[in-house]
Design a protein around this ligand. Sequence first.
Ligand code: IPM
Ligand code: MN
Length: 366
Amino acid sequence: MKKQIAVLPGDGIGEEVTTEAVKVLRAIAEVFDHSFTFEHGYVGAAGIDKANDPFPIETERLCKKSDAILFGAIGDPKYDNDPKAKVRPEQGLLRMRETLGLYSNVRPIISYPILFDKSPLKESLLKNVDFVVFRELTGGIYFGKPSGRSEDGSQAFDTCLYNKTEITRIAKMAFEAAEGRKKKVTMVDKANVLATSRLWRETVSEVAVSYPEVELEFMFVDNAAMKIILQPSYFDVILTENLFGDILTDEASVIAGSLGLIPSASLGDQYKLYEPVHGSYPQVAGKNIANPTAAILSAAMLLDMSFGAKTESKIIERAITEVMNQGIVTQDINPTKFYTTSEVGDHIVSLIKSDKIVDFEAETII
Ligand code: IPM
Ligand code: MN
């Protein structure tokens, strides 16, 4: 296949981790005889520095003409310390989501047996953890109007707003995913308090009728926050609104042992973007020590979800697991014996190119 990928490294470690993801995609292209071209764009603080805009129009055009978007991270401390800054890198991310209509954020959480001791949870809780969160990404309190300050500045307000269309389209995606998994959707809300949550329950119940094989249950967000830690293997597909999804996915990410391991996809009807869940981690930017796994797994999600290249995607996942099993990991995973960002990427690449990985269909690789 012939595809064009927009690469938006963004800020901080975004640059070095997306470099590794691109390296892996190039290796896949070589082994499977695909033609991938990569075109780079600026976003976040990098966009502000270049074009005084965290989501410059050139970047928007690049995203719109590409077959998929690979994104790194956003955020720069020089803006965090200035609450009065008019333009902030994060605005670029929110505008990118809104402009490209990326309404469904998919964050898979799995635990790697080799990393059980890195997780703050007991090993007995980590076995068989494999769930995915569908977080609504372009609605709710993040985007609801009005939002702002009263005239005298003594009050502030945000609005949580959802309509049925917004709920239905992401609910369908969650149910479709559940059909191919353990067939359970847990919808997380605060329906005992919030009107929007009650609209979610009503709408999701209507969507559920078309997926009779999938069990639907409702859970209050406070209870879900507890259950994710007490019994993470309980979940299959979690469906939730924007702010609850933001909080719960950070919470869930600690299960795996490092934030450097969790990829994500942000999907819309026209455009799809893939990014590691971690932030720009400016303290280590440029040091070649950041964990590239989440970015490389994001590239694997891209192959599967945007290009339908399931085998290629699985091969990346297996190469990552194998390299991890060999102890080739970054400092966040093993502070005493560690490899650099690019070394981890190199090992994954050479495994993909090696003949050990060829007989995938027969499930006999490595
Ligand atoms: C995320 C981030 C963003 C969010 C911030 C940076 C605006 O935390 O992608 O989860 O809250 O959505
Ligand atoms: Mn977040």
